[in-house]
Write a protein that binds this ligand. Sequence first.
Ligand code: UD1
Ligand code: CA
Length: 451
Amino acid sequence: MAQPQIPEMAAIILAAGKSTRMKSARSKVLHEIGGRSLLHHVLATCEEAKLSPQVVVTSPDGSDVRSAAEVFGAATAVQDPPLGTGHAVQAAQEALKSHEGDVAVLFGDTPLIEAATLAAMSSARRARADIVVLGFDADDPTPYGRLVMSTDGNLEKIVEAKDATETERAIGFVNSGVLLADAKQLFALLDNVTNDNAKGEYYLTDVIGLAREAGLTCTAIKCDEAEVLGVNSRSDLAAAEAAFQDKMRGRALGAGVTMVAPETVFFSYDTDLAADCWIGPNVVFGPGVTVASGATIKSFSHLEGATVGANADIGPYARLRPGADIQTSARIGNFVEIKKATIEPGAKVNHLSYIGDARVGPKANIGAGVITCNYDGFNKSLTEIGAGAFIGSNSSLVAPVKVADGAYIGSGSVITKAVEGDALALTRGPLKQIKGWAAKHRARNTKKSGD
Ligand code: UD1
Ligand code: CA
């Protein structure tokens, strides 16, 4: 038997409005939470919910937003000039002219919406309505469009705050802005929307009243207010970041990660922690981090673009930069910075080192204060350290250079040439001692100062 056809669903993401309250030279939707722009959060959710194609509507001067949309594979449309949310949706009509099926309208500045919620809207649409709106019970409904429901649970109209009567203003169930409808039907309804209202704008929300007049059914489903938090200012951005971090912490705990103080651990959108890793207080994960099972990340460590293998031990106070590949049971200690380097199984870099552009072989031991001198002011070069090699404290390895398996470097050496396997290499001036010098020096100076 043929599978039932799942209707195709497109997405229109509105991002043409002005964002003066951010006080920023950058477009609002390009500000980030969890290391990713608001726009990319929304597009990633659309992708997860299988909404395709995606059309991002921008203002004429939004070329940075259009580039960001294109990076994600979304189409773009320009709304010139921005005359309201209904007018913004119309700007996407041309880009969707060959689309048959539904379209979801989302806002670029509302980044926390979940794919599961879009799926629930889609089910409600198929079960019982021509148009589905996503609403929430607002703590403070003041700025929002009110959802006017009939006694039988249908949505009758949406009234914008500025146009609402006193009775309507008392309604606490409000519009998030997310709406789902058949694309052709939605565009047809929008043709009849006017700007005869308090703001003189073409409101998307007016399609509900028009749909009811045409005998169509509308409904609203409910989500948590936190999920549809809109970002209009820096304090909204901080609130969205906090809500996002809460979500990520909850997910990690649910996936079997131990966090001693989860409220002090910061995630990026793609942080990937396996079950049974242990994360101490005050750890920050930048984008691109994967941590395998059994690894320990101790306090005050900062990781970005790094891979941590099973049972590896990181920190406290470690910094793993992009390309750090810390393999099984390796150990990175305090005040150690690793960049673009492979630290192979069981190797140790325990204290105060910089290892960049390097390979450290299995079970090698890097003493305190060892530096790979990887940059000559023009080029970056590679340092290779073999299996089981021992690099004495405070040595400098001037790249390109290779220390072969099992070699031993005496403390304080500056290594500029290849060192053979199992050899001892050291570069030190001979130790000189002058007997009794210190005692004489003290005696001379004590007499002079009279102490
Ligand atoms: C809108 C809804 C309101 C809802 C609220 C939720 C309408 C008329 N009102 O109001 O019911 O409660 O969101 O936050 O839809 N945009 C454009 N082009 C425009 C105008 C806006 O692309 O011409 C974009 C904005 O960039 C933003 C989104 O649409 O992403 C919402 O616009 P905004 O002006 O903030 O709408 P609200 O007045 O808050
Ligand atoms: Ca708004």
